[in-house]
Design a protein around this ligand. Structure first.
Ligand code: FRU
Length: 494
C-alpha cells in the first residue's frame, strides 16, 4: 500500500472534494468484507468506541474515525443513535477537530449526564511545530437539537507534574453527586498509570492522584481506563501497552483487561487480584462500558488493534465495533454474554442433534456467512473436538477443544487473508469448567465466540472468501454428542 504522508493523514474531511469521497465510498461499498450487523466505518478507519450512554430513551454510540483512508490520521467522533443497541441510525460526525487544541485529533472519551443534559469529556490532541504531543481534556455539551457544543477551553489543560503528554481517554462516572474522571497516563519513568480527578460542577477538576495498584511495572502506557462497581466488586479496566507474552497469555500487540477487588475512591487504593484479559481472540482492544436502560453493565470493544494492517485496508476501510456484551459477576467471576436484544436479528432457525466423530461431517444444510450458531455439548468422550465455520475447499476457521487440558483454541491460519504483523495464527485459553456450550456470532469478516454461557470470549476478524460458507464438525478420536441451533442473522445499521 502507498505510504501516507503527514499532510494526507492530517487532512480535514471537510476540505476534501466531493468526488474523492464518492470514489472512496464506491470502493468501500464493493469490499467483500463489509459487515452486516456490526458498526463499521462508512469509509476510512474506525477505532475505539467513545461516549457510550443511554440518555432520555436513546442509546448513543460513537467511535474514533479517520474518514479518508484505513490509517490512523486526524480523528473525529462519528455517532450513532439506537433504541436497542441492535438497530442503529447514523447521526454522523459529531465532535470534529476544529480548534487549535484538537488540531491533530479529537481522541477518545466518555459520556455522562449532568443537570439533565448529555455531556462528553474527551481528549484534544495537538502537535506543536516540532511534532511534540500536547494533550488536553475537554468537555462538550449536546444541545436540544442534538448538536454538540464544545466548552471554550480545556477543563484540564496539562498533565500533572511527574507525567508525560501520554494523557488521554477520560472516563467519567458519578458517585453521590461527585463527578470523577479516570484518565490514562504515563509517568516520567515511562510506566502506565490511571489518574483520578474530581469535580462537583464539571468545569473545575481537581487532580486527586494516581490509582494505587500492585501493578507498578506493567507496561509503558495504560490506555482507555474504565471503572465501575459490578455486583459488589470494583472493576478497573484498562489497556496496557508493552507487556511481553507469557505462554498463551498476552499474545496480541497490546492488551485489554481488568483487575477486580475493592477500590477506595477517597484514598485511591485498589486491592485487587490478577490482571485478566477481557478477550482471548486476535482482535479486541479499547473497550468501554456503560449502563443500559435496565442498569445492566454493557461493554463494547473495538474489533481491531493499532499498528496492524488488515486486508480490508486495500478496499479503503478498516475495523468495526464488537457486538455489545452484558457483564455480570457470578461466583466471583466475570461473565460476558451477548445482549439479549441481538435475538431480534435472528431468522431461519435450524436445529440438529447428533454425534461428531473422527469423520469430518459437513452439517447439511447448514451453511452461512452471517449467522449465530449455538453448540450445546451434551456428552463429550472425544480427546479433541473440532468445529469449523466459513469453510470451503481451501478455507476454514477452526475451533478446537481439548478435553484433557480443558483448552480451547482458535486457529485462523486457513481463514483467508491475514492481518499482520501478528504473533502466530492461533489463540488458546484454558477453561475453568469443561466445555458445555459455544455461541458464535459470525459476520462477513468476523467471529465472536462466547464460551460456557459467559465464561470467556474470543473475538477475531477473518478475511475469508465469499464462497467459504460451510460449517463442519469432527473429533480426533472418540465421539461427542451435540445439539446445534443456527439462525441466519440480518442487520439493521443505517
Ligand atoms: C486507543 C487510542 C486512545 C486514543 C485513541 C486515538 O486505541 O490510542 O488512547 O485516545 O486511540 O484514536
Amino acid at each position: 500500500m502507498t505510504e501516507w504522508t503527514k499532510e494526507q493523514r492530517y487532512q480535514r474531511y471537510e476540505d476534501v472534494d466531493q468526488q474523492t469521497i464518492e470514489t472512496l465510498t464506491e470502493q468501500v461499498n464493493q469490499s467483500k468484507y463489509r459487515q452486516i450487523f456490526h458498526i463499521q466505518p462508512k469509509i476510512g478507519l474506525l477505532n475505539d468506541p467513545n461516549g457510550l450512554i443511554y440518555f432520555k430513551g436513546n442509546y448513543y454510540v460513537s467511535h474514533q474515525w479517520f474518514p479518508l483512508g484505513p490509517v490512523h490520521g486526524l480523528k473525529y467522533w462519528y455517532t450513532y443513535q439506537s433504541k436497542d443497541l441492535v438497530e442503529f441510525e447514523a447521526i454522523g460526525p459529531t465532535i470534529k477537530p476544529d480548534t487549535k487544541d484538537d488540531s491533530h485529533g479529537v481522541y477518545s472519551g466518555s459520556a455522562f449526564e449532568y443537570h439533565d443534559h448529555l455531556y462528553y469529556m474527551y481528549t484534544a490532541n495537538h502537535r506543536d511545530s516540532d511534532w511534540n504531543r500536547i494533550s488536553t481534556q475537554h468537555i462538550a455539551k449536546m444541545a436540544k437539537d442534538g448538536s454538540i457544543n464544545k466548552f471554550p477551553k480545556a477543563v484540564i489543560s496539562e498533565p500533572p507534574f511527574g507525567y508525560t503528554q501520554h494523557f488521554r481517554d477520560p472516563k467519567v462516572h458519578v458517585q453521590n453527586g461527585v463527578y470523577y474522571a479516570m484518565i490514562a497516563a504515563q509517568n516520567i519513568k515511562k510506566q502506565g498509570r490511571i489518574l483520578q480527578y474530581r469535580s462537583t460542577d464539571i468545569v473545575n477538576w481537581e487532580f486527586q492522584g494516581e490509582i494505587q495498584t500492585n501493578l507498578d511495572d506493567f507496561g509503558y502506557m495504560w490506555e482507555c481506563p474504565d471503572y465501575f462497581n459490578l455486583n459488589g466488586y470494583d472493576m478497573l479496566l484498562f489497556c496496557p501497552q508493552g507487556i511481553d507474552s507469557e505462554g498463551e497469555r498476552f499474545k496480541n500487540i497490546y492488551q485489554s483487561g481488568y483487575i477486580m477487588g475493592q477500590y477506595d475512591i477517597n484514598n485511591l487504593t485498589m486491592n485487587h487480584g490478577d490482571f485478566h484479559e477481557l478477550d482471548y481472540g486476535f482482535d479486541f482492544y479499547a473497550p468501554q462500558t456503560f449502563l443500559d436502560e435496565n442498569n445492566q453493565r454493557i461493554l463494547i470493544g473495538w474489533m481491531g488493534l493499532p499498528e496492524i494492517n488488515y486486508p480490508s485496508d486495500a478496499d479503503g476501510w478498516a475495523h468495526c465495533l464488537t457486538i455489545p456484551r452484558v457483564l455480570t459477576i457470578e461466583s466471583g467471576n466475570l461473565k460476558q454474554r451477548p445482549i439479549k436484544a441481538l435475538e431480534k436479528l435472528r431468522t431461519n432457525e435450524e436445529t440438529a442433534l447428533g454425534y461428531a466423530n473422527k469423520f469430518t461431517r459437513q452439517l447439511h444444510p447448514y451453511e452461512g456467512k452471517q449467522f449465530e450458531l449455538i453448540i450445546d455439548i451434551l456428552e463429550n468422550e472425544a480427546t479433541e473436538v473440532y468445529f469449523e465455520v466459513r469453510t470451503s475447499k481451501t478455507e476454514s476457521t477452526l475451533i478446537t477443544y481439548n478435553k484433557r487440558e480443558q483448552k480451547l483454541t482458535l486457529d485462523r491460519s486457513e481463514s483467508g487473508q491475514l492481518p499482520g504483523p501478528v504473533e502466530g495464527t492461533t489463540r488458546s485459553t484454558y477453561l475453568d469448567t469443561p466445555l458445555s456450550k459455544l455461541q458464535l456470532f459470525v459476520d462477513t469478516s468476523s467471529v465472536e465466540i462466547f464460551c460456557n454461557d459467559g465464561e470467556l470470549v474470543m473475538t477475531t476478524r477473518i478475511f475469508t472468501d465469499e464462497n467459504a460458507t460451510g460449517i463442519k464438525t469432527s473429533t480426533e478420536s472418540g465421539q461427542t454428542y451435540l445439539k446445534f441451533t443456527k439462525y441466519d442473522l440480518k442487520g439493521d445499521i443505517k
